[in-house]
Design a protein around this ligand. Structure first.
Ligand code: GCU
Length: 383
């Protein structure tokens, strides 16, 4: 095993565009039976379920939808938060199954003067809890509550550790205690799936909060959280918009380009993120029955914003752009014409128009006020 691990780690990650191998992407719009998908109906009834199943079985695992009950408790409220501009709500979303439960601590700021329910951005927070500080002693560009409120939207967040600790030895101490059978299955849910599951339970809550416009929820994630936001939006069509920031490998970037992080590497460093079956594709990208453009296609016709950062080659900015391009045909089935150019835009040229939005921000692997400003632009320019 040690030898195997060493071999896997020794596969150099490529950062040279000239060394990207020739590849053929699996076809989005051809059914398993070889039929061309020519209509929205055929997509929704035949091909979309096939692709969803392939992602469940080979990568992210099943998404259990049954639970015994769910309880929402308002733990804290401040009607004059952010200098009177917003209402703060902290809600505990508690989900029960098999006499076990998980608690999701949801933090929300809602515009104070809103005449009707507010559209909301909900962040799957994979970084320090400080980033979503309800007291606002700590303010971070990662979750710029003040800026989002000023632009007329609500902003919410929960932390991934409430669902599955981000650790290979302890990830099962969360949602997976409610669904222990998942751990036994090679296509069972793992940590990224658990985080996406949490986003859906937060959506269950939003549907019960009169301050929130549950038909206008954008699910947001950065990096590993952005892999989860994609999976959440693919699984749960109640999310109106998806934002995936620097999500890279097994996020919005094409695996077959083998540029930056690769499957063997992600499965070695983070064996708890994806299901057992995914390990079969270590150093074997071309055998995958899907590639990540198909995950984006599952989100059609809903707007999707994928970002990258210029110094974050690990997450393959070009491979992300190409994944979006290869999902365009699916959006077209719904009459949503992509406005993306043929080639990736220059650094700091945001293409924030729906349905497929993209930018490559100058700088490091992060999510910043620059990124959020553009997510807001996408929300505002939706049809
Ligand atoms: C690592 C990992 C990436 C991930 C990133 C993050 O770099 O290899 O796949 O996206 O962490 O979550 O910040």
């Amino acid at each position: 095993l040690l030898l195997l691990t060493c071999l896997t780690n020794s596969v150099a990650q490529n950062y040279d565009e000239a060394k990207v191998p020739a590849y053929t992407l699996p076809e989005v719009l051809k059914t398993a039976a070889g039929k061309e998908v020519t209509s929205k109906k055929m997509w929704e009834e035949v091909r979309r379920p096939e692709i969803l199943r392939l992602f469940e079985d080979n990568i992210y695992g099943q998404m259990p939808k049954d639970y015994d009950s769910i309880r929402y408790t308002l733990k804290n409220e401040d009607k004059a938060a952010l200098n009177g501009k917003a209402r703060l709500k902290e809600v505990i979303v508690q989900v029960f199954r098999n006499k076990k439960s998980v608690q999701i601590h949801l933090v929300m700021f809602i515009p104070g003067n809103a005449a009707k329910p507010s559209p909301v951005f909900v962040l799957i927070n994979n970084r320090g809890k400080d980033n979503t500080d309800p007291t606002r002693k700590v303010k971070s560009g990662f979750w710029p509550a003040e800026m989002v409120i000023d632009s007329g939207y609500a902003i919410a967040a929960f932390h991934v550790s409430d669902l599955a600790p981000d650790n290979k030895d302890t990830f099962m101490n969360g949602v997976l205690q409610l669904y222990p059978e998942q751990l036994e299955a090679d296509n069972g849910m793992r940590a990224i799936g658990a985080w996406a599951w949490g986003a859906s339970r937060v959506m269950d809550y939003f549907e019960n909060d009169k301050d929130i416009d549950a038909k206008n929820v954008a699910v947001v994630g950065h990096s590993r959280g952005g892999k989860a936001s994609l999976w959440a939006a693919a699984q749960d069509r109640r999310f109106a918009v998806c934002v995936t920031n620097c999500s890279g490998n097994t996020g919005a970037a094409l695996a077959r380009r083998q540029f930056g992080e690769r499957i063997a590497r992600i499965n070695t460093t983070f064996p708890h993120w994806f299901n057992n079956n995914y390990k079969k594709f270590n150093n074997n990208e071309n055998d995958l029955p899907v590639d990540q453009h198909m995950l984006i296609a599952l989100i059609a016709p809903r707007p999707l914003y994928a970002t990258n950062a210029s110094k974050d080659l690990w997450a393959d900015p070009t491979g992300t752009f190409l994944a979006l391009k290869n999902a365009e045909k699916t959006y077209a089935l719904y009459g949503r014409r992509s406005k993306l150019p043929v080639n990736p835009p220059a650094i700091n040229v945001p293409l924030s128009q729906p349905p497929l939005a993209y930018h490559n921000r100058e700088g490091e692997h992060d999510m910043t006020a620059y990124d959020w400003g553009n997510f807001i632009r996408l929300m505002k320019s939706r049809p």
